[in-house]
Design a protein around this ligand. Sequence first.
Ligand code: MEV
Length: 417
Amino acid sequence: MKTSRIPGFYKMPIEERVKIVKEFAELDEEEEKTLLSFSSLPHDIADRMIENVISTMQLPLGIATNFVINGKEMLIPMAIEETSVVAAASNAAKMARPDGFKAKATEPIMIGQIQILNPSKDAVKKIMERKESIIELANEQDKILVSLGGGAKDVEAKMLSEDMMVVHLLVDVRDAMGANAVNTMAEAVAPLIEKITDGKSLLRIISNLAIHRMAEAEVIYKKEAIGGEEVVDKIVKAYEFASLDIFRAATHNKGVMNGIDAIAIATGNDWRAIEAGAHSYASLNGYKPLTTWKKNEDGDLHGKIKLPIAAGVIGGITKVHPIAKISLKILGVKNAEQLAEVMASVGLAQNFAAIFALSTKGIQAGHMKLHAQNIAVMSGAKGEEIDIVARKMIEMGKIKMDVAQEILNEIRKNKKV
Ligand code: MEV
């Protein structure tokens, strides 16, 4: 039976981890080789991705283990520079087993906005009357999308001020993030909208507040699995803090996005778009936490998350970047909705991990080991010296460069003897 529960995964050498992931996700030899040897995006590919390329920059790709999402065992690829995030997600997923996370996502409907200046007085009504012709013109721009069941589905319009209106084109973008399809359609229908409204179009662009493309997840942490009802109460209080205080809510949501962004980056998705959508959604009624945590009638902890997630499994660099392609294969998601469900679940797990640590032993304890290892590397430690220097600093309770250097000098002096 396939399982994402892999005890000791963190202690294995990279080659062994890759072997396990290969077997789990049925990767081929080539993909295994890519994971083991990928050190940089070839410059000719990078040069075609953005302008003025002079080099590339890498991030570590980690695997969060233990996830069960909608009854399916899953390994989660996460690209991130921050220590402890992958470990925290894996621990949170472990505590949620065997039931794990239940998630769902809506159809992938994005909004294209067409800004109209100086429209006629009855412009909104006229747009509603000509809805079908606007949709038809939009759909002429992307026959493939329409053949896949996507395309423009609806039109909305409203006055923003006396002399400005906005028209929303609602587009089902299927498995793409959707910016290209939506922007092309918005530009194409703008002249028709000008004619209908007697106004002048200005901006024609997707909205990142993807309010019609929502993902939700929920989880129940049994009180026994997380240290008892006292811990449940502390986590509920931690959530209440975020719901009452915007300064805390920002950090609470940052923790959520640690998980979501790391998957977005690993799969080649536009994480700035997802961030913009998440935070603007969180602000709809005054900035609020993206998750809720309550104690249920059994005294267990019930967590929920709901946010817009505009992520795709085709388009952009999802099928261009070698690691993005493999990350999608590791996830085994079939469409954009499933990817959004995974992201929402991992965001919820990441948030649980953060407030669990914060409301019990504090966040620094978990950060210490990798932080100490980073300081050891910065002090010049190599190979096995890194672990020795890090361990000694933790024992001394002093994780600082000068201390690392002293320990390193000591180790090297003793070696010479
Ligand atoms: C750090 O990257 C994220 C946390 O600050 C999130 C939180 O405070 O909930 C730990």
